[in-house]
Design a protein around this ligand. Structure first.
Ligand SMILES: [Zn+2]
Length: 239
């Protein structure tokens, strides 16, 4: 009888250890997924900001282009007006006016070219970032699928383990069941200690003679005075 209960206790302890491992695995999967999602969200934000900058650059470029064309049209118009006026008298004036207009044009051309370059540079940057975000998105999708099937698997496994655990607990009387549950809260998956040759094998504390005698006699409700685990007598294996 006491051997049977010892076995139940050890099986329980093993089952609880497996439960803890599966639970940790689930948490790890969730953590990995959260990290990946945070990366993706950050990249999406960056992409959005860059898209905003790109739109600004394009509209700046359009504006500069517009101003340049306006100025060109104005010069053409002024040339026509001056030609119609004719006469050598105004030739110098015309020259000066056109000279000023040419310089204005040069400045405008330069800033239009700069705006165009900026827009081009941003296009390249935007393309890079889009590719990166797309890769992250497909990574995320794939990992999410993997995580989901891993979680599903772990959950099924956990359900089986819980069933085993409950079945094992049912084999214990109420006092031992309660003791085991209480100790398990502190030592999840490691609530049972082997007592071998008068010592606890979990914390290596030597047991007082009276405790050791109780454990040897098969009393399962004895806790180790060192670590508080449930003590189970194990015969010394001859080596
Ligand atoms: Zn101990």
């Amino acid at each position: 009888m006491k051997d049977k209960i010892s076995k139940v206790l050890f099986s329980l302890s093993e089952t609880d250890l497996l439960i803890r491992e599966q639970t940790d695995k689930c948490a790890e999967i969730e953590r990995e997924r959260a990290t990946l999602y945070a990366d993706l969200a950050r990249s999406r934000e960056k992409l959005e900001a860059l898209e905003g900058k790109y739109k600004e650059a394009v509209s700046r470029h359009n504006l500069e282009d517009h101003r340049l064309k306006d100025e060109e049209a104005k010069i053409v118009e002024r040339r026509k007006q001056l030609a119609a006026l004719g006469g050598a008298k105004s030739a110098k004036l015309v020259e000066r006016e056109l000279d000023i207009a040419t310089r204005v044009m040069e400045t405008l051309e330069k800033s239009a070219a700069e705006a165009s370059e900026e827009a081009e540079r941003l296009t390249a940057e935007l393309d890079d970032l889009k590719t990166k975000v797309e890769a992250l998105e497909s990574d995320f999708e794939e990992q999410t699928k993997e995580a989901e099937s891993a979680l599903q698997e772990a959950t099924t496994e956990l359900q089986g383990l819980e069933k085993t655990r409950n079945g094992l607990l049912e084999k214990l009387d109420d006092r031992l069941k309660n003791l085991y549950r209480r100790v398990s809260k502190r030592y999840s998956g490691d609530a049972v200690a082997k007592a071998i040759e008068g010592a606890c094998r979990s914390c290596y504390r030597a047991l007082p003679a009276q405790t050791w005698n109780q454990v040897m006699a098969g009393n399962m409700l004895i806790q180790c005075p060192g670590c508080n685990r449930v003590m189970v007598f194990v015969e010394r294996t001859p080596s």
